[in-house]
Design a protein around this ligand. Structure first.
Ligand code: SAH
Length: 378
């Protein structure tokens, strides 16, 4: 059985990579070939449940069809260039794309779940001032195959660990990039994550995170029943324009209105996660906590306070734990469910907003800064 350990670079053949097809896409592929629709579920199970990428090992597929598949398609995951497990069990992969760009994926184990943090783009165009991914500029969108390949590789390799509890129970689209600016490929990949013939994750266990691309939030609510996370980080437009520049295009009032619309569309009113990075002396005052409570009033909210993960040249420092605690106290007193995230995997450079991969450098600004570290917070 071919597994993630035996991956080769994708052929430059232009054959479709079946890894990135959701059920509808796979059915269309087989119908186009003059084959029957049910082949789609067979292939999806082989690839995503069994981890099989060699057509010849797909024993319930006829020899003739296997030969046709070899000619007309491929199943090619990304290449693993770095794979390390942190002291706290966090595991990080750096994966190389066919064009030489690199992206990162992080597995974060907790007592009751295992969360995979998945990238959607090479770099990011949004240029949030406290995020090292943005500092490195934007290169390109990931294909659906490149997005789901991260889940494929992680689930194969976690299975190979043969340790109880090391499975993917949740996925957060919180790696490199802005998932809502790679809408179609991201939605296709999330559909594969949620397909019972693939990873079978329930809609409550897949979270799409956005810095606030308002029109795409509306589209997301129309096509997907996933959970939503919003990177808020500030409670007034002046500060948010500085921290999350897309706020100039979609200011807070529009963002919060979009959150209300999203929440109303959902079949069950699941909470929207609001991420708030704690920057010392910038957005962490008690007064800002009170404003936050007013801003989110009436929404089903889960607040995530993220201690800032510093990187060279960022110009910010992390709020002290006393200041984070005082901030949290105010919003908890207003009945807001609140989690203060712990930094995870920092010994292997795996914390939030520090994922940089290796981006072919397109931003002028990036050259002014020293090489950032990368990492992930849970
Ligand atoms: N573009 C999407 C997905 C990225 S998610 C979004 O903005 O939501 C990554 C999360 O980590 C975001 O909430 C982001 O704001 C946060 N983050 C970025 N840099 C960080 C840093 N240096 N320390 C802590 N959190 C950071």
């Amino acid at each position: 059985m071919a597994t993630a350990s035996a991956i080769v670079k994708p052929p430059a053949s232009g054959r479709p990579n079946l890894l990135g097809l959701d059920r509808a896409g796979m059915e269309a592929f087989f119908v186009d070939m003059g084959e029957q629709r049910f082949r789609a579920s067979q292939l999806i199970k082989w690839i995503h449940q069994q981890g099989v990428i060699d057509f010849d090992a797909m024993s319930n597929v006829s020899k003739a069809l296997r030969e046709r598949l070899r000619q007309h398609a491929c199943v090619t995951p990304l290449e693993i260039v770095f794979d390390e497990i942190s002291r706290d069990g966090t595991r990080k992969w750096v994966l190389e794309l066919a064009d030489g760009n690199q992206i990162e994926t992080v597995y974060i184990p907790e007592t009751d779940r295992g969360t995979l943090c998945v990238s959607s783009q090479v770099g990011c165009a949004l240029d949030c001032s406290f995020c090292s991914t943005g500092r490195r500029g934007f290169n390109r969108n990931l294909s659906s195959a490149e997005i789901i390949s991260q889940v494929w590789i992680a689930s194969q390799l976690l299975r190979e660990e043969k340790k109880p509890g090391r499975t993917i129970t949740n996925v957060v689209m919180m790696g490199m990039g802005e998932p809502l600016l790679n809408f179609d490929n991201m939605v296709t990949a999330v559909r594969i994550m949620m397909d019972d013939f693939a990873y079978g994750l329930s809609k409550r266990r897949v979270t799409v995170s956005t810095a606030g691309v308002v029109p795409a939030m509306d589209r997301l609510g129309d096509v997907l029943d996933s959970r939503l996370a919003v990177s808020l980080h500030a409670t007034n437009d002046e500060l948010r324009n500085e921290l999350v520049p897309i706020n100039k295009k979609y200011p807070l009032k529009e963002l919060i209105a979009a959150c209300h619309r999203f929440s109303e569309k959902q079949s069950a009113r699941t909470r929207i996660t609001f991420e708030y990075v704690m920057l010392d002396g910038v957005n962490d005052s008690p007064q800002q906590a009170h404003t936050l409570v007013r801003l989110l009033k009436g929404l089903p909210v889960m607040m995530n306070l993220i201690p800032f993960n510093p990187f060279a040249g960022s110009g910010y420092t992390t709020s002290s734990s006393e200041r984070i605690e005082a901030f949290a106290k105010i919003i908890i007193a207003a009945d807001m469910t609140t989690v203060v995230r712990r930094t995870r995997g920092d010994d292997i450079d795996a914390a939030c907003g520090q994922l940089v991969g290796k981006v072919a450098d397109k931003s002028r600004r990036a050259r002014r800064f020293a090489e950032p570290r990368f990492g992930m917070t849970s």
